[in-house]
Ligand binder design. Structure first.
Ligand code: ATR
Length: 265
């Protein structure tokens, strides 16, 4: 019988996840389906319960339900616990919550963009859910330092405090620099806005990475003017999906052709 998977979000119509998982399933010969489900803002848990009752084996969770999915899970992976959010659910003897976002970012940086992180100076811009999910996986790569800069400095401090030594917090005016890697994990790009960052964070050797994908952002345009190399979050999207696919199916799909085909659209 075909195993059913889905992604839950609100909105969800523009999600690329069904296309990505369909490509992975074709490539690896897995007998599975993957659909997008619009959960009502106050009805996420009920939607998940209905999907499980209908034979669902697992699901991805996107905005705005990742924290609710964290609370819904009966068991959590260590990386989900540290992230405080869940993007991957497995329905198997209860609900197992996992988070593949950070692993997806690190895979995209190290494998696709050939940006080794050991010994590097990293600036993470933002301290919300998107930032929190990637701190631990970045630290596992043993950068020289990780600075978290946020508009609301207290939020950056709270996040840095969760991880202890090697992580510092600041506001946009005290970041210092330059950095080898600057990651934009704020919601500013969604609104077409540029966080008020100092040009001194960039050099010609910096990689500026925006977790958002699908359009050039003010952050990437600003970085480019300072001479930095740039990358959007499409690779992270495909890599977090590949990691979820591996969690569910035990098979690692080849991400490169899937990223290339999404870029070509
Ligand atoms: P997400 O789960 O997407 O990270 P979030 O928890 O609402 O969403 O966090 C949004 C992040 O983007 C925060 O770091 C927020 O800064 P504050 O903590 O000061 O609110 C940041 N952010 C949103 N709009 C921004 C803007 N226009 N300029 C700079 N930072 C912005």
């Amino acid at each position: 019988m075909t195993d059913r998977y889905a992604v839950f979000g609100h909105p969800i119509a523009h999600s690329k996840s069904p296309q990505i998982h369909a490509a992975f399933a074709r490539q690896t010969g897995q007998d599975m389906s993957y659909e997008a489900i619009l959960a009502p803002l106050d009805g996420f848990a009920g939607c998940v319960a209905d999907f499980i009752a209908a034979g669902g084996r697992g699901a991805n969770v996107t905005v705005p339900f990742k924290e609710e999915a964290f609370r819904l899970a009966n068991r959590l992976s260590r990386r989900a616990e540290r992230a405080g959010a869940v993007n991957t659910l497995t329905f198997d003897d209860g609900i197992l919550g996992d988070n593949t976002d950070g692993a997806g970012l690190v895979s995209d940086l190290t494998r696709n963009l050939h940006c080794a992180l050991a010994g590097k100076r990293i600036l993470l811009v933002g301290a919300g859910g998107a930032a929190r999910g990637v701190v631990e996986p970045l630290l596992e790569q043993q950068p020289a330092r990780l600075v978290i800069a946020n508009r609301t400095v207290s939020r950056a401090q709270e996040l840095a405090d969760l991880f202890g030594r090697g992580v510092t917090a600041c506001g946009f005016d005290t970041t210092g620099g330059p950095f080898d890697l600057v990651i934009n994990a704020t919601a500013a790009s969604l609104a077409g806005e540029l966080p008020p960052l100092s040009p001194a964070i960039f050099t010609a050797g910096t990689l500026a990475y925006d977790m958002m994908y699908g359009r050039d952002t003010p952050f990437l345009a600003f970085a480019r003017v300072q001479g930095a190399a740039t990358a959007d979050g499409l690779g992270m999207l495909v890599e977090q999906a590949a990691e979820a696919f591996f969690v569910w199916r035990g098979v690692r799909p080849d991400t490169a052709p899937v990223i290339a085909s999404l870029r070509a659209v």
